[in-house]
Design a binder for this molecule. Structure first.
Ligand code: ADE
Length: 248
């Protein structure tokens, strides 16, 4: 059987998914909880990535090398960096880069040495499925929730930047966007795990795709917007998108 791993960054996002699991089995490994079970008849393994690139890389490696999953899907939140990427929007990653990787002047800034790459691509087929799932999830949320706060939310697809830093300043966000843009990278969103998981999946040649809901604009109010979004909205998104993905 081929198992889909579903990684979340935060317990709030994972809880709704665990509640849907049929006959869940919990296993502890590397100090982490792994939930095996079935979702809409499909074998899945739910886990938390942890926060930051190292934690996420460890979790991804355990999923692949220990549990033998056949593909990894990430659901989480991110800060909106690109123009027009608003709170409540959804970003499906086309590829990933590490905005804090810098081995210059030995190598070009942002390049991962030895891999010889700056950007690591998400799996094309899985990403297309996830994009369709995100779009139909938004349609459903708009139709079913009279109190839905994001009636004009859109789904974007593009480059996501990861780094070990919560970006929370208007000037910092603008500097980051300009610095990446100057290097030829038009980034839609910033988060703390995706590029690490993409690199692990590249090495193991395993399909990876990621969907992130925009919780904040990485500006001066980012920490407040983030906290509200994570506690009130993120789990609804995660559950709806993953259900659409698995039902397809
Ligand atoms: N995840 C959600 N918002 C973020 C931000 N502003 N910076 C980094 N990761 C995030």
């Amino acid at each position: 059987v081929s198992t889909t791993a579903i990684l979340s960054a935060l317990p709030e996002e994972q809880q709704g998914l665990i509640a849907l699991l049929h006959q869940p089995i919990k296993t502890l490994y590397a100090g982490r909880e792994f939930w095996q079970g079935h979702l809409h008849g499909q074998p899945v393994l739910l886990a938390l990535s942890g926060i930051g690139k190292v934690a996420a890389a460890t979790t991804a490696t355990v999923l692949i090398a220990h549990f033998g999953v056949s593909r990894i899907v990430f659901t989480g939140v991110a800060g909106g960096l690109g123009e027009g990427v608003q709170v409540g929007d959804v970003v499906v990653a086309h590829d990933f880069m590490q905005h804090d990787m810098d081995v210059s002047p030995l190598f070009p800034r942002y390049l991962v040495p030895l891999h010889g790459k700056t950007c690591f691509a998400a799996d094309g087929a899985l990403t297309a499925e996830l994009f369709a799932a995100a779009q139909s999830a938004l349609v459903q949320l708009n139709a079913s929730l009279s109190t839905w706060a994001f009636p004009s939310a859109r789904v974007h697809r593009g480059l996501v930047a990861s780094g070990d830093r919560f970006v929370s300043g208007r000037q910092e966000a603008q500097d980051l966007r300009d610095r990446l843009q100057a290097a030829g990278h038009a980034v839609l969103a910033v988060e703390m795990e995706g590029a690490a998981i993409a690199q692990v999946c590249h090495d193991y040649q395993l399909p990876f795709a990621s969907v992130r809901t925009i919780s904040d604009r990485a500006d001066d109010a980012a920490h407040l917007d983030f906290s509200y979004f994570v506690s009130q909205v993120a789990s609804v998104y995660a559950r709806t998108v993953i259900e659409k993905l698995l039902l397809n």
